[in-house]
Design a protein around this ligand. Structure first.
Ligand code: ARG
Length: 284
């Protein structure tokens, strides 16, 4: 098994903003210039792919599907650890059609030897993949977002399947509806997070597990620019165009920050992290 990070991305050919299931999505505004937005999305997606490759990772692509514009966000497709994938169950009917499509994608990944096993969550719960279940390698645990999208039973299903420690973090804002838009563990043990997205109990859990000097607060501006939704590969962090402040804070801690213009995807409420899914994460 090589230790090159491997990330799944979905070809953006069918990306669109045709419905609104989070407050960032404005299908009317998108439709006024849809062709231009789609062209820009293709360029932005390619720039992200290049930035990830330049950071030393390998990218595996899956096809999207017509009528399923949000398939471009594979972070929501599954939780993956130790070569085992647990497929998502989507909250909104608009995205449920992705479930069988991603099941096919993951079956192919098994055939190619990139995964060993694919399983489904028990019915009756919602869990939107790595978007709401972020691996913290330093602490050997998952942080699980519960709120607008994923349910407590979904987080419990992840804990059962992986036999891993899963710490539940309740999300209290519509704008930060997935955990990956407000929390990002970094390779040096720091956790970049946007405090106002979390319940009081969630903040207490975070502050209990992560020493104060390792908690890096994102501002409202950083969070709204989707900078927390970042891909960290070693000492490189790939993110939507960072604010100067955030770049400075991260560089001071020894990270290299690669900003990518992901504007068309911000119009769907997503950015770097959720445009990808790590396939190679393993427990130490
Ligand atoms: N439009 C998509 C949705 O609302 C964006 C998903 C972004 N994914 C994420 N993990 N943050 O579901």
């Amino acid at each position: 098994m090589s230790d090159t990070p491997t990330l799944l991305m979905t070809d953006p050919a069918h990306f669109d903003v045709t419905y609104a299931i989070n407050p960032w999505m404005a299908p009317g505004a998108w439709a006024r210039d849809a062709d231009a937005h789609r062209r820009e999305a293709r360029c932005a997606w390619q720039a992200l792919q290049c930035a990830i490759a330049a950071a030393g990772a390998s990218v595996v692509t899956a096809p999207g599907a017509p009528g399923l514009p949000d398939m471009v966000f594979p972070a929501n497709a599954a939780v993956v650890l130790d070569g085992r994938a647990l497929l998502a169950r989507f909250r909104h009917p608009e995205r449920r059609g992705e479930e069988p499509r991603f099941a096919e994608v993951f079956a192919r990944l098994c055939e190619r030897g990139l995964l060993d096993e694919v399983a489904t969550l028990p019915e009756g719960s919602y869990q939107e993949g790595a978007g709401d279940c972020v691996w913290d390698a330093t602490r050997g645990r998952f942080w699980a977002g519960v709120g607008p999208r994923s349910t407590p039973a979904g987080a419990a299903g992840v804990a059962d399947f992986f036999g891993a420690e899963v710490t539940r973090l309740d999300l209290v804002s519509d704008r930060y509806y997935h955990l990956d838009v407000c929390l990002c563990p970094l390779s040096g043990g720091e956790v970049l997070y946007y405090p106002r997205a979390f319940s009081t109990a969630a903040l207490a859990r975070l502050r209990d597990a992560v020493p104060a000097d390792q908690l890096i607060e994102a501002t409202a501006e950083d969070a709204a620019a989707f900078c927390v939704n970042a891909v960290n590969l070693g000492r490189t962090i790939v993110m939507a165009q960072p604010t100067d402040r955030l770049r400075g804070v991260l560089e001071e801690r020894g990270y290299r920050v690669t900003g990518v213009d992901l504007a068309p995807f911000l119009l769907s409420g997503g950015a770097a992290f959720c445009l990808t899914l790590r396939l190679d994460l393993r427990r130490a």
